[in-house]
Design a protein around this ligand. Structure first.
Ligand SMILES: [Zn+2]
Length: 435
């Protein structure tokens, strides 16, 4: 079976298995003593030379000094769009990856959206490709009921793309059906759990008002899965890994931040008291689990205690998921989020590449979020410096490795949306903030 999870995960996740189902009672009876990290630890030496450093300098490269040029960014998007159409046209279906995250469903979603934004001409008929890929993925995941319905790797991502490509009542009914089938999910994380279904449901409320009750039920289920930490007065979600073990992960893709994003999106459908409680619960966890070095802040991935600075794990994704809770009168939280933004800048671009999930473009989105929250030009300038760097990284990688397979979350298409945001000074993230 293909590996469907992020390769940057801790080693324990590197398995070909997919999470199965687990009864809630079993989940809640597990010993939840958390030994993953000690948020109270201090850092007595420079973070660059201690084992507790809050970022790893070897994972980063300097930001380019070339000036931002919106015309170059637009040209990159146009060129990438056309290159993607050509690549899909000659791709072998047997060798094509499948899901919204990094497969043909994500490519179809992205090309359709970029075309609507005014880029390129669509020459590929994506609908049959996505339908075939959905059926193939259903077979791959037939023994893994929980993950099979998820947004980024399961059926929901395919149904969403099909509805976008050819909206009609029949496809909308199929989309709503798969959303409502994911009310409870033991994975308890964004990539393969129920939070993705909550996000898509929130985006469909105008067309399907009845989804409000699904959203409330799904949030109730997430609340039931919330656990008290034994390390302090805050709460955590325990993400179930493919190995069957549980991890108190904090980031966007598999942890507390991703779940929090879905709940923040659900705020309009919750009571005032619930919104207030959730805001307090979410901000408290991030305040209690942050590690600081001077005016920099980051959070550990989870069980192995290492620090990453990526959209999927670490400060960038956390800012993107919960930065909206700034400016609510909690000065400590606001300062923490700004210090996490400073860390991303001080760390530099990501050596790993230019993509959205664990590359420079994904980290740059945190600057765009901070620009929207503070209206401070500094953050927009930093976002655009990352954009310039990411374009160079992408072109360099293409020279070395060829075009590779197009991908929304792990390839050049994610970078296209980031560049568009840098041009338009917006901060919404594809398949997290809009669908
Ligand atoms: Zn990643």
């Amino acid at each position: 079976m293909e590996t469907i999870f992020d390769p940057s995960l801790p080693y324990a996740w590197q398995t070909s298995e997919v999470p199965g189902t687990l009864a809630l009672s079993t989940l809640m009876s597990i010993n939840l003593r958390l030994t993953a990290f000690d948020p109270k630890r201090t850092h007595s030496k420079s973070f660059r030379y201690t084992q507790w450093m809050i970022f790893e300098p070897t994972r980063h490269i300097p930001v380019e000094r070339s000036p931002w040029n919106p015309l170059s960014a637009a040209a990159y998007i146009e060129e990438t769009f056309e290159r993607t159409e050509r690549a899909v046209a000659i791709a072998s279906p047997d060798q094509t990856r499948l899901p919204l995250y990094d497969g043909i469903a994500g490519v179809g979603w992205a090309q359709h959206r970029l075309h609507k934004m005014g880029f390129g001409d669509m020459t590929v008929d994506y609908l049959p490709l996505v339908e075939q890929a959905r059926e193939k993925q259903a077979k791959n995941l037939r023994d893994h009921d929980a993950v099979s319905k998820a947004l980024l790797v399961g059926e929901l991502g395919f149904r969403l793309t099909e509805h976008n490509l050819a909206p009609d009542d029949h496809l909308l009914v199929s989309l709503v059906r798969v959303i409502e089938a994911n009310e409870y999910n033991p994975a308890c994380e964004l990539l393969s759990g129920s939070p993705g279904s909550i996000l898509v449901a929130c985006s469909l409320i105008d067309d399907v008002p009845s989804l409000q009750s699904f959203i409330r039920r799904a949030v109730d289920q997430l609340e039931a899965q919330l656990c008290f930490s034994t390390l302090g007065d805050y709460r955590v979600w325990m993400t179930r890994a493919p190995s069957g073990r549980f991890y108190d992960l904090l980031g966007m893709a598999h942890g507390f931040a991703g779940n929090s994003l879905s709940i923040i999106r659900a705020f309009p459908y919750l009571s005032d008291a619930a919104v207030s409680n959730w805001a307090e619960t979410i901000t408290r966890t991030f305040k209690r689990t942050a590690s600081r070095e001077g005016n920099l802040a980051n959070w550990p991935v989870g069980i192995d205690g290492k620090f990453l600075v990526q959209q999927c794990h670490g400060a960038p994704g956390i800012i993107c998921c919960v930065g909206e809770l700034m400016n609510r009168g909690d000065d400590e939280f606001d300062r923490l989020i700004l210090d996490a933004g400073e860390l991303i800048w001080q760390a530099g671009a990501l050596e790993k590449g230019s993509n959205f999930c664990h590359g420079t473009a994904g980290n740059g989105y945190a600057f765009l979020k901070l620009f929207r929250a503070t209206e401070d030009q500094l953050w927009l300038d930093r976002a655009r410096a990352f954009a310039v760097t990411a374009i160079s990284q992408s072109k360099e990688a293409r020279k070395k490795e060829g075009s590779g397979q197009p991908s929304l979350w792990t390839g050049d298409l994610g970078l296209c949306f980031y560049l568009e945001s840098c041009i338009e000074q917006t901060a919404a993230i594809p398949t997290l903030d809009y669908f």
